[in-house]
Write a protein that binds this ligand. Structure first.
Ligand SMILES: NC(=O)c1ccc[n+]([C@@H]2O[C@H](COP(=O)([O-])OP(=O)(O)OC[C@H]3O[C@@H](n4cnc5c(N)ncnc54)[C@H](OP(=O)(O)O)[C@@H]3O)[C@@H](O)[C@H]2O)c1
Length: 336
């Protein structure tokens, strides 16, 4: 259990040069800039992770110019605990900086028992946002997402709930996540009709998962909607984490979302990519992140980090050289 009274010692003073090197990109055609790398709270910020480690990662992220914290109602484990820990970190370290930070949350996956604790009904979406605000200790979040499309609920109802959240002042912007191109276009049209444009879409995307290339990115680009890609490191596979076996404490060992079999299956491609990265003078993580945000329609990549060291390694992705056509072809060949 994270100790809510845990202390890193000295009071945190944000680095004066925190905006010196981070790249900020416009989110679609909106007025909002997001850092090219955002910090995600799906893993690494649950109740079992020492609060000091969590605080150290968030402090370092903020000092490196990462102004966007990506949450959801169900992040933990247990569900809700990541929001509670962020409330503690905001209170302990970032109290003076709320207006410098974008905090996102989502609703769409199972959160409480019964027919009103899952998917996309108005009843669930708005109740979940109220619960998230309570856990976060905030009056509003910056972005509220529909976490996934609900095939059984009219899209007008789910988007209507996002519009209400914005009109109530409980969210500044509306987002969608995991929507395919047709559903995304429908959601964008409905919300535009209501006068609350979709700010951003959050799909999965990495070298090992390229489904957004083509139709989805075309829809978002044409409609002026931003795109923030999640799991750009394929949950750690596109790093040196698994090159020499399965380390103790790695995601494979404690999350049902990444298995040893998947890692073993991808290993030949990962080794080939690692060699390309070394020739570019980058770690594999840095190359994978630079690759994930190479298209300007991608506003940001939301990364996970279980240590300050990983975070620092990842942020260096932004200093690398642009990809030449030969390198992109070589990467495609390694992935084939
Ligand atoms: N909208 C959605 O449906 C959805 C779904 C999934 C995720 N997300 C968002 O996306 C965020 C990121 O997802 P993710 O955690 O899967 O992203 P990821 O960046 O692909 O993977 C993060 C994991 O990779 C490993 N890692 C990171 N940097 C490393 C480095 N430099 N060297 C070695 N290993 C490194 C760490 O694994 P270890 O823990 O093994 O150290 C870390 O926990 C989530 O926190 C969440 O905010 C959204």
């Amino acid at each position: 259990m994270a100790d809510p009274t845990a202390s890193l010692g000295d009071a945190y003073q944000a680095a004066p040069d925190r905006y010196a090197t981070m790249q900020y990109r416009r989110t679609g055609k909106s007025g909002l800039l997001l850092p090219a790398l955002s910090l995600g709270f799906w893993h690494n910020f649950g109740a079992e992770v020492p609060l000091d480690r969590q605080r150290a990662i968030v402090r370092r992220a903020f000092d490196l110019g990462i102004t966007h914290l990506d949450l959801a109602n169900n992040y933990g484990p247990p569900p809700g605990s990541a929001e509670e820990n962020v409330a503690r970190i905001l209170e302990l370290d970032l109290r003076l900086h709320r207006d410098e930070i974008i905090i996102s949350t989502k609703a769409g996956y199972g959160m409480w028992p019964g027919p009103y604790g899952d998917f996309g009904s108005r009843k669930y979406m708005l109740a979940s946002l109220d619960q998230s605000l309570k856990r976060l200790g905030l009056d509003y979040v910056d972005i509220f997402y529909s976490h996934r499309p609900d095939p059984a609920t009219p899209i007008e109802e789910t988007m209507g709930a996002l519009d209400t959240a914005v009109r109530q002042g409980k969210a500044l912007y509306a987002g969608i996540s995991n929507y395919g191109p047709v559903e995304a276009k429908h959601a964008i049209d409905v919300l535009r009709g209501l006068g609350t444009p979709v700010l951003i879409h959050q799909p999965s995307y990495s070298m090992l998962n390229r489904w957004i290339e083509g139709r989805l990115l075309d829809v978002l680009g044409t409609e002026g909607v931003g795109c923030i890609v999640f799991s750009p490191l394929a949950q750690g596979q596109l790093t040196d984490r698994y090159l020499n076996g399965i380390p103790a404490g790695s995601r494979v060992t404690h999350s049902g979302f990444l298995t040893e079999d998947t890692v073993a299956q991808n290993l030949p491609r990962i080794r080939a990519l690692n060699e390309i990265a070394a020739r570019r003078g980058q770690t594999l993580a840095q190359m994978a992140l630079a690759w994930a945000i190479r298209d300007q329609r991608v506003t940001s990549a939301v990364i996970g980090a279980s240590s300050v060291q990983q975070l620092e390694d990842n942020v260096k992705a932004l200093g690398g050289a642009a990809f030449g056509p030969d390198e992109l072809a070589e990467i495609d060949a390694a992935l084939a």
